[in-house]
Ligand binder design. Structure first.
Ligand code: ADP
Ligand code: MN
Ligand code: MN
Ligand code: MN
Length: 365
């Protein structure tokens, strides 16, 4: 049982100059884990942060007889929960033999993104998610029944149309405090489903920021006794699924004449549809049905302002003749490192050290 009034008494105590660093990593089930350590002075660079380790046999990341997995700090953020000089530390997972842990897809994506750094590739991710109560019912829905059909809920205002705005507001503020490049929020088509957008972010920063924004959401939701699910189709039937639309541009696409490069990228994506779908999230077949503002999982399509296609070119981009495109296929539960990695591989070119499909398959080896 949490007791915010009693906790407040302890939160105001001096930390006597010590810093708390909450190390965060991705586990073997695409969820986040964290543990905290005390540092003796404030951190001013990632290189101030030492590697650490944890028991990978408890997180689906290592066998019990060889359980140590190492944590390599890659970026850090002001901690909105503890305040002060306390920080959140995003980490990569490494095995003691010097190989990346099988769920560490950041390392491969980073190699690709660094190789193509000259393209100045930007991403913007639209993270959709659904709120659940402690018993896994959709949060705020009538007990044993359903709300009125979809229609009034998207970008809604007003009692009965909106559920849990306080959770969403708290998360928005927490992201801004942490320095996450959150570009907005909105209520979604299904009641108790919401979206936040992060970006544009250049290169590997996209994956780092999205994972930390998810951590902030899970952590905020804890305080409200609400669960977050990133499942792409939390409820069968006439209820929208949840995606993670991936907006993409290279520097050439963002300037006059850019449409030519957008079209080139789209034809490269068309040729690799099946590979992309493999990396675009578990259970995405339940969501990409061709209904509820999605395209069918088995066909590639593209169009201007078409929310029923795999790739959408926003109307303003078509009018200007340059800008970015939106890949609508990725599910809400994607690993953004896999997605930014394969998009870069497909549109900018592969490098000898990395094959993103093989990278994904390492998970099940
Ligand atoms: P939608 O109309 O599909 O709901 P949103 O406004 O929710 O679009 O999200 C648009 C996303 O596109 C944002 O995350 C934004 O950061 C991103 N974005 C905008 N411009 C670019 C760009 N040039 N390159 C990549 N992403 C971009
Ligand atoms: Mn959106
Ligand atoms: Mn949306
Ligand atoms: Mn979108």
């Amino acid at each position: 049982m949490s007791n915010p009034v009693v906790l407040a008494k302890y939160n105001q105590l001096s930390q006597k100059g010590k810093i708390i660093a909450e190390y965060i990593w991705i586990d073997g089930s695409n969820n986040l884990r964290c543990k905290a350590k005390t540092l003796s002075k404030p951190v001013t660079a990632v290189s101030d942060l030492s590697w650490w380790n944890f028991d990978g046999s408890s997180t689906g990341q290592a066998p019990g007889h060889d359980s140590d997995v190492l944590l390599k700090p890659v970026s850090y953020y002001p901690d909105p929960f503890r305040g002060g000089d306390n920080i959140l530390v995003m980490c990569e997972c490494w095995n003691p033999d010097g190989t990346p842990n099988k769920f560490n897809h950041r390392h491969a994506a980073d190699l690709l993104l660094k190789a193509h750094a000259g393209e100045k590739i930007w991403f913007g991710l639209e993270q959709e998610y659904t709120l659940l109560d402690k018993y896994d019912n959709i949060y705020g829905w009538p007990k044993g029944g359903y709300p009125a059909p979809q229609g009034p809920y998207y970008c809604a205002v007003g009692t009965g149309n909106v559920i849990a705005r306080d959770v969403i507001e708290a998360h928005y503020k927490a992201c801004l405090f942490a320095g996450i490049n959150i570009s907005g929020i909105n209520a979604e088509v299904m009641p108790s489903q919401w979206e936040f957008q992060v970006g544009p972010c250049e290169g590997i920063e996209m994956g780092d920021q999205l994972w930390v924004a998810r951590f902030l959401l899970d952590r905020v939701a804890e305080e409200f006794d609400v669960k977050i699910t990133y499942h792409p189709k939390p409820l069968k039937g006439d209820w929208n699924g949840a995606g993670c639309h991936t907006n993409v541009s290279t520097e050439k696409m963002r300037v006059k004449g850019g449409m030519k490069y957008i079209e080139e990228a789209i034809s490269k994506l068309a040729a690799k549809h099946d590979n992309h779908i493999l990396l675009y999230g578990k259970d995405n077949d339940l969501r990409l049905t061709g209904r509820h503002e999605t395209a069918s999982i088995s066909n590639f399509s593209s169009g201007v302002a078409n929310r029923g296609s795999s790739i959408r070119i926003p109307r303003p981009v078509a009018i200007d003749g340059y800008g970015y495109f939106e890949d609508r296929r990725p599910a809400s539960n994607i690993d953004p490192y896999l997605v930014t990695g394969i998009v870069t591989e497909t549109i900018c070119g592969s490098i000898p050290e990395v094959d993103m499909v093989e990278e994904f398959k390492r998970e099940s080896k």
